[in-house]
Design a protein around this ligand. Structure first.
Ligand code: PAF
Length: 287
């Protein structure tokens, strides 16, 4: 696997692969890679002939007071993970390479409706930062397909909408969340948890799963389910950000006859904000 830092080197390497008739797969990341990221690269390697990954901690998607400065930078270990997962080329640009005119970047991509609410409510500007950097990376790599984790459910919805609305010729593939044995979704931010917090953190997925089971059994009083789930999260030591039941495609609040739902949450364990979700595809009732 080669590592390149400039857009010019990236374009030259991708052009060579394309010249050999290869299909290009892409996995954008912010580094500090774990087996969840490795699964994205493995999926890209199954679907494409040449896999590009990027590592770039994008300042544009971090708000004031968020963890931009302390976000872990672990390039050497990440390179090993990428090689083992089947990556062919790593693009690891500097902030200057990505934003040569500085962070007051003029052109931004926003997907307003899907970016409102949920994570967008407590992280204003976050999804504009994500959509902008992902468009830039798509234009730099020009992949045939790109793989994103379903753990970042709202992000995936925003990117799918952006690709559709801008007619980008890129297939977007969602890869299921990779979990620890106790159910906790793997995340670079899990490393911030103390041992006690780590032991309590799997309650997030347990609460989502219990809500999902209740919905699958026919419960449609979403407000009551949410209130109950919230109480359970607080009892487990979480501080509230949001817990919602939404339509899985539009992300609007769920209605009783929806068939595609997502139970989706963000909650703080100490200072660490964890997100998770559970997708539900319900059978239509027998006629
Ligand atoms: O999911 C992430 O790691 C980031 O939001 C992404 C997609 C790499 C954009 O910076």
């Amino acid at each position: 696997m080669n590592t390149v830092n400039s857009v010019a080197e990236l374009r030259a390497a991708v052009a060579r692969a394309r010249g050999e008739g290869k299909c290009i797969g892409f996995v954008p990341t912010m580094g500090n890679l774990h087996s969840g990221h490795a699964a994205l690269v493995t999926k890209a390697a199954q679907r494409a002939d040449f896999v590009v990954a990027s590592i770039f901690v994008n300042p544009l998607q971090f708000g004031a007071g968020e963890d931009l400065d302390k976000y872990p930078r672990t390039l050497a270990a990440d390179q090993q993970t990428l090689v083992q997962a089947g990556c062919d080329l790593l693009f690891a640009p500097t902030v200057e390479e990505m934003y040569p005119d500085g962070m007051a970047v003029q052109t931004r991509v926003s997907v307003p409706q899907l970016s409102e609410g949920l994570c967008g409510a407590s992280r204003p500007g976050h999804f504009e930062g994500v959509a902008t950097v992902v468009s830039k990376l798509f234009n730099m790599v020009q992949p045939d397909l790109a793989v994103f984790g379903e753990k970042d459910f709202q992000q995936l919805a925003v990117i799918r909408a952006m690709v559709r609305d801008l007619n980008l010729p890129i297939q977007i593939i969602g890869e299921p969340t990779v979990r620890a044995d106790d159910g906790l979704a793997l995340s670079s931010r899990n490393g911030y948890l103390s041992p006690e917090q780590r032991a309590a953190a799997p309650h997030l997925y347990r609460v989502l799963s219990a809500m999902g089971e209740a919905i699958s059994r026919g419960q449609r009083d979403f407000a009551a389910l949410i209130a109950d789930g919230q109480a359970q999260l607080e009892a487990a030591g979480f501080r509230k950000d949001y817990l919602e039941v939404r339509h899985a495609v539009t992300l609007r609040p769920a209605q009783a006859d929806d068939r595609e739902l997502v139970v989706i949450a963000a909650a703080y364990m100490g200072n660490t904000r964890l997100i998770d979700n559970l997708y539900l595809h319900l059978q239509a009732p027998a006629a």
